[in-house]
Design a binder for this molecule. Structure first.
Ligand SMILES: CC(C)(COP(=O)(O)OP(=O)(O)OC[C@H]1O[C@@H](n2cnc3c(N)ncnc32)[C@H](O)[C@@H]1OP(=O)(O)O)[C@@H](O)C(=O)NCCC(=O)NCCS
Length: 287
């Protein structure tokens, strides 16, 4: 399935007009990947090998982006984690621009001020995915966008980055873990039904993290890029308030007891934590 860029919503067309897609991965992975996701060809110059010196600047840029996005959340990635767990075995996909095309705020943030650095390619978004042992299954390890740093210059950047990243890796089952109060949940939710595998995760740095699985459906994945798409505003038979640990623990216990649930929509509550509406797929079995 190819995407005709003339058909996509204006915010995404702007991103494709202004930015270039890039990939960081070990070349041994190329044959397993789609290097023209939805028909968008990735320029060979923007396919970076993490074992080569020529990739150093773009990888420095990824770490700048990670620092803006996750530094405040105690989830900053050491360089070896990105190399061992993402760039080498998996894939980093994103969009970037030459430094000369950026405003001074972003150039400063990425440390690429000055005409000598005009040609530096600056990664403005990244989705890092790691292959699971399970066939066709990948884990979404990191998603960041420079919209978080700068005043949202490219709305939709996070969404189109993850959509195309899923296509690059040819993912059939996408797993991920995110915090109940994360501003990214609406983005993940747009791309498929999020089946909740747990609600509370002591194994993670942040216990109030849930783990999810999306069975990728191409039509659903691409739908948010098309004009007229909108999020559901109603529905769901149970909710979790992100700032209520009791809701989270009760849902987790119900999942461990055999209940099955899907995330449905997010309700923003001014001055309070977001409310996440859930659909019960099957209730906890009665003894
Ligand atoms: C989450 C993140 C990647 C989103 O990037 P982005 O480029 O703003 O993404 P998009 O513009 O495609 O936004 C997609 C949706 O996310 C939601 N969203 C984005 N920023 C938001 C914010 N600050 N507050 C609430 N919702 C937000 C909105 O629902 C938005 O859709 P809309 O524009 O139709 O309303 C970016 O904010 C980021 O890097 N955050 C820090 C790192 C992080 O938490 N990553 C997620 C880990 S799972």
């Amino acid at each position: 399935m190819d995407l005709n860029t003339a058909d996509i919503a204006p915010r995404y067309r702007t991103i494709l007009d202004q930015c270039e897609p890039f990939i960081v991965t070990f070349p041994g992975n190329h044959s397993a990947l789609d290097l023209a996701p939805l028909g968008l060809k990735i320029n060979p110059e923007r396919i970076y090998d993490p074992t080569r010196l020529a990739s150093r600047n773009v990888i420095d840029g990824l770490h700048k982006l990670d620092a803006f996005s996750f530094g405040g959340q105690e989830m900053l990635m050491p360089r070896w984690v990105l190399f061992d767990c993402g760039e080498f075995p998996g894939v980093v996909f994103g969009f970037g621009r030459r430094a000369a095309e950026l405003g001074d705020d972003l150039r400063r943030a990425y440390d690429v001020l000055g005409s000598a650095k005009n040609d530096r390619f600056v990664p403005l978004s990244m989705w890092v995915a790691i292959r699971n042992a399970e066939d066709g299954a990948w884990f979404g390890h990191n998603l960041s966008s420079a919209n978080f740093v700068s005043n949202h210059p490219l709305p939709g950047l996070g969404t189109i980055t993850k959509t195309l990243g899923v296509k690059v890796a040819k993912i059939r089952k996408q797993y991920g873990a995110t915090q109940w109060d994360s501003t990214s949940i609406n983005l993940h939710l747009a791309l498929g039904d999020m089946e909740l595998l747990n609600a509370y995760t002591p194994a993670h740095t942040h216990v109030e993290t849930f783990t999810y699985r999306i069975e990728v459906d191409d039509t659903r994945l691409v739908a948010p890029l098309l004009p007229g798409w909108s999020r559901p505003r109603e529905g769901g038979d149970r909710f979790i308030d992100a700032d209520n640990p009791g809701d989270i623990i009760r849902l987790h216990e119900d999942i461990e007891a055999g209940g099955r649930y899907r995330l449905h929509r997010i309700e923003m509550r001014p001055g309070k934590g977001q409310r996440l509406w859930i659909e019960t797929q099957s209730p906890v079995p009665r003894p």
